[in-house]
Design a protein around this ligand. Structure first.
Ligand code: FHN
Length: 587
């Protein structure tokens, strides 16, 4: 509700002018404005300090709430396509005013911020981000610069203060979502955009001044042509003067690496681990705002595995709820939050405070998260042979236990030339995701391609081989790499390796071949040759280890090659690895 300005607000008006001036300056920023190295260092230090709680938190609740919950995706009995919170953009011009007038009906009598926050807390969430103003411009807070806000509704009361209070009472951080795009404000498009920026600056000042310490500012709607990245740079500087610790997403700019503290992939999880802070936001069904007809709810299993996938790649997961116009979080959301919470109570230590998987490749059975001295194996697909293969892990594992079953007998762990293998029970204790904690002695060690291990051995794994020829190639079976499709005897495979401890080595091949087998082959390294004939192992996926003979290797670089001298049957062999074992350590 518009109010007469007191002196502090008039003073604040000056800060708005400063903000606009800063933004004008941004238009003419020059190279000489580039920060100096020491300034960059200070900026990075400050950023890392403010990001720490967020990086540890991993999991938050997104809340899309506003007058769009009243139509809830329908208008005059018709289902309107798209997200429920976008409905006004789908209406004919003559209907838009009727939408904006919905505020005169908005009266979420069942709004219960303590319940909302308790649901988030019990789900294992550590922060809450709510839409203080979405694209329709309606503010859930009583803003001094507009009547188009909660003050102009039957509900009247500010909704943010009680939510912030409920968050702090349960140690959750508070986040404000704010849309730069605004379909209601007359200046939010075109040549009067500068006036809208002043309006926006004032509202953001209110959001950062009137509700105590804010953890996150979640910008959105940055894609409009009027908004430029340099405006975001200046706005970030301006807002940090009010709350320096507030974390700001990269939609304050143009979803690039800066301005803003982290990236915001939406409704998707990057395949590979991004190299800076990031957070995936995700709906539980398919609409952010409440849509009465949207029953396409993701299962709890899907949502837990999404959380784990995100965290295994070093990201945060912001999971959305869209409360009804009465202020009630839909029951399907409550069910999922409750079930996620059950899983988090048993396995939260494998999520909070972890960092991305240190493994060279993603296990095919699930995901991995990492905390100093511990690896958490998130097993989605339980091995039916009782062997859980941790690809390329070469660390010394001092113990392996199923989280939540610490009292049970620890699992036995062995090492192969390439991998660590954990012996697991026949049945998965937790089918959605059983977490096995490996306690690691020292730093994480990974089988390095072609490097001599501490015990002097060299594991040459298919994953790191160089193949030569048109058909031969590296594939995986049961998640384990092998060299296959060796149907042309002219094809071959080789590895480069480094020997720092010279000596005699026993050479072993792990290979498979179906009947008929018998292709002759030769292994060459350091001007020495070992010959062999491929034996049948029953089928292409049954591997056996064969000792081929011994070689002497001096220190330095060597290339080991395996070539066929003829072809018997459909393929020479499938080759999983070549292992060189120092003779001195032979048991
Ligand atoms: O248009 C909005 C959408 O309504 C929703 O708020 C999402 C959540 O991140 N953000 C925008 C689409 O990128």
């Amino acid at each position: 509700m518009k109010k007469q300005y007191e002196s502090k607000q008039q003073a604040r008006g000056v800060s708005v002018m400063v903000a606009v001036l800063l933004m004008a300056m941004a238009t003419f920023a020059t190279a000489s404005d580039k920060p100096q190295p020491e300034a960059l260092e200070a900026t990075n230090r400050a950023r890392n300090e403010r990001m720490q709680w967020w990086r540890d938190a991993k999991f938050g609740m997104f809340i899309h709430f506003g007058i769009y919950a009243i139509p809830a995706g329908e208008w005059k009995g018709k289902n309107i396509r798209g997200h429920a919170e976008w409905i006004v953009s789908e209406l004919p011009e003559e209907e838009k005013a009727n939408y904006f007038d919905l505020r005169h009906q908005f009266n979420p009598k069942q709004y219960d911020p303590e319940r909302w926050v308790t649901l988030a807390k019990q789900a294992g969430m550590k922060y809450v981000v709510i839409t203080t103003k979405h694209h329709d411009g309606f503010a859930l807070f009583d803003s001094a610069v507009t009547d188009y806000d909660i003050g102009d509704t039957p509900y009247r009361r500010d909704m943010l203060a009680p939510l912030a209070q409920a968050c702090r009472a349960q140690n959750l951080e508070v986040g404000w979502y704010y849309s730069i795009m605004d379909w209601h404000h007359p200046d939010a498009k075109g040549e009067r955009f500068g006036e809208y920026v002043k309006y926006m600056s004032r509202q953001l000042e209110e959001l950062l001044t009137n509700y105590g310490k804010i953890g996150v500012l979640w910008f959105d709607g940055e894609w409009i042509g009027e908004w430029r990245a340099e405006m975001g740079v200046q706005l970030e500087k301006h807002l940090r003067k009010i709350q320096p610790q507030v974390i700001i997403n990269n939609r304050i700019g143009k979803r690039m690496r800066a301005p803003g503290d982290y990236a915001t992939p939406e409704q998707k999880i990057p395949k590979a681990q991004p190299d800076w802070d990031w957070e995936t936001c995700m709906t539980m069904n398919s609409s952010w705002g409440f849509r009465k007809g949207d029953h396409k709810w993701k299962s709890t299993k899907t949502l837990i595995r999404m959380l784990v996938d995100v965290v295994s790649k070093g990201g945060n997961f912001l999971l959305n709820v869209g409360p009804t116009a009465e202020g009630v979080i839909p029951e399907p959301s409550v069910e999922r939050l409750t079930e996620i919470g059950d899983w988090m109570r048993r396995n939260g230590e494998s999520i909070y405070g972890t960092t991305a998987s240190p493994l060279r490749q993603q296990p095919t059975w699930g995901r991995c998260t990492h905390k100093q001295g511990r690896l958490y194996l998130h097993v989605f697909d339980w091995p039916d042979d009782g062997k859980l293969i941790v690809p390329l892990l070469a660390s010394d594992v001092t113990s392996a236990t199923v989280l939540g079953e610490e009292a049970a007998t620890p699992l036995s762990v062995t090492r192969d030339i390439r991998d660590t293998i954990v012996a697991v029970p026949k049945q998965a204790p937790a089918p959605i995701d059983t977490v096995i904690e490996l306690v690691i002695d020292g730093e994480i060690a990974l089988t390095s391609p072609g490097q001599q291990a501490a015990d002097g051995s060299v594991g040459l794994d298919a994953w790191f081989a160089d193949t030569h020829g048109k058909t031969i190639r590296i594939g995986t079976a049961d998640g384990i790499p092998n060299i296959g499709w060796w149907t042309d005897p002219a094809d071959s495979v080789s590895w480069d390796m480094e020997i720092h401890t010279p000596g005699e080595f026993e050479v072993m091949l792990t290979m498979s071949c179906t009947e008929p087998a018998g292709s002759p082959f030769v292994l060459t390294v350091a001007d020495q040759e070992l010959t062999g004939t491929v034996s049948p192992t029953g089928d292409w996926q049954t591997y056996e280890r064969t000792v081929l003979g011994n070689v002497h290797l001096d220190g330095g670089s060597h290339t080991l090659a395996v070539k066929a001298t003829d072809l018997v049957g459909e393929g020479v062999m499938n080759l999983r690895s070549v292992f060189l074992k120092p003779m001195a350590t032979r048991d």
